[in-house]
Write a new protein. Structure first.
Length: 331
């Protein structure tokens, strides 16, 4: 609600006279608070100032049964071993709140440069020309990153948009589930988030050669959010596994299971078939190139076909020999 660069001793004076965005009633903000409630209409406002960091937690909307159902749905897939589906044993199910950095920012900027357009002439030569572009960016971007050691949770990012945010309270969270400790500093991660958002802006307007670019973050919200994640531990034939399910949206974050023999066989044979078929087609095209007298094109097609076949057969062999486990990773 209030943003100020005033010195610490002047903060109380600087934020006097603010009004509620809902009803216009005067709101008094005390030093150091992160939220303030309007005494007239009861609206809750977030406050950012020299204290800088707003902390929230997301209310879980996914029950334990729903989390287990989401995992069971993945277990029912074709790639997962049928024997595992019948004989695996659930060891424990618990809710953990993972602290996550969240940056939502608007970027305005320009990117100028050119791409190289290549056309082939009748004589077989390539002609190049520069195609100049001027791109303007004015959009919102999001960035998220774990504020704790993710460990076996394998939760790389979250999306709190559309979730029920509550003001962070350690006592309330402790009643709902476990928590992880924050191990990163806010200033460092905020700067990392800004760099990432600038990179997202650049990727939105790709250019082969950039002659000038300038991006500015005009508005940003930086939060520390405790995100609910259901953790399911299970075992099969003496081996332990762990899966994580989003407690706000209900989707899988990470899971592992033994791969079915049939899917492993079909995948490896399919790769080998595609690689060899591609090589056969390329050799046929190379034969046609011989008939037209284009020896250079024939050699290129032959080398490409051999390389593609070798790559396909390598990954097929690797899947057959070592692909005994199937993994799922969200995002």
């Amino acid at each position: 609600m209030a943003k100020t660069d005033a010195p610490v001793e002047d903060i109380q004076v600087a934020i006097n006279g603010l009004t509620c965005k809902g009803c216009g009633h005067p709101v008094m903000v005390a030093h150091g608070v992160l939220t303030v409630v309007c005494g007239s209409c009861g609206r809750v406002h977030a406050v950012s100032g020299m204290e800088g960091l707003q902390k929230f937690f997301i209310t879980p909307r996914v029950s334990q049964n729903q989390a287990q159902e989401a995992l069971a749905t993945w277990f029912g897939g074709f790639q997962v071993s049928g024997d595992f589906r019948r004989r695996h044993m659930i060891r424990d199910v618990y809710l953990v709140f993972l602290p996550m950095w969240w940056l939502h920012a608007q970027v305005i900027g320009w990117r100028l440069g050119y791409d190289i357009e290549r056309t082939r002439t009748r004589e077989g030569y390539y002609r190049e020309r520069k195609v100049y572009h001027e791109h303007h960016v004015n959009a919102f971007f999001n960035w998220s990153d774990p504020a704790c050691n993710p460990g076996n949770y394998n939760v790389k990012s979250v999306n709190p948009l559309g979730c029920d945010l509550e003001v962070y309270d350690q006592g309330t969270i402790a009643q709902l589930g476990r928590t992880e400790e924050v191990v990163e500093t806010a200033d460092v991660m905020r700067q990392e988030g800004r760099w990432n958002i600038i990179e997202q802006s650049e990727r939105r307007v790709p250019l082969e050669y950039v002659t000038f670019e300038h991006f500015t973050i005009t508005d940003e919200d930086f939060f520390l959010i405790w995100h609910p994640v259901w953790v399911v531990t299970y075992s099969y034939m003496g081996r332990d596994y762990l899966a994580t399910i989003d407690g706000a949206h209900g989707h899988l974050h990470h899971a592992r299971a033994p791969r079915s023999e049939m899917s492993r066989l079909l995948f490896s044979v399919g790769l080998a078939f595609i690689g060899n078929l591609f090589m056969a087609v390329m050799i046929c095209l190379g034969t046609l190139s011989d008939m037209t007298g284009d020896a250079d094109a024939n050699m290129i097609l032959l080398l490409v076909s051999i390389f593609a076949a070798l790559v396909a057969n390598f990954f097929g062999f690797k899947s057959l020999c070592y692909g005994s486990e199937v993994k799922y990773q969200h995002g």
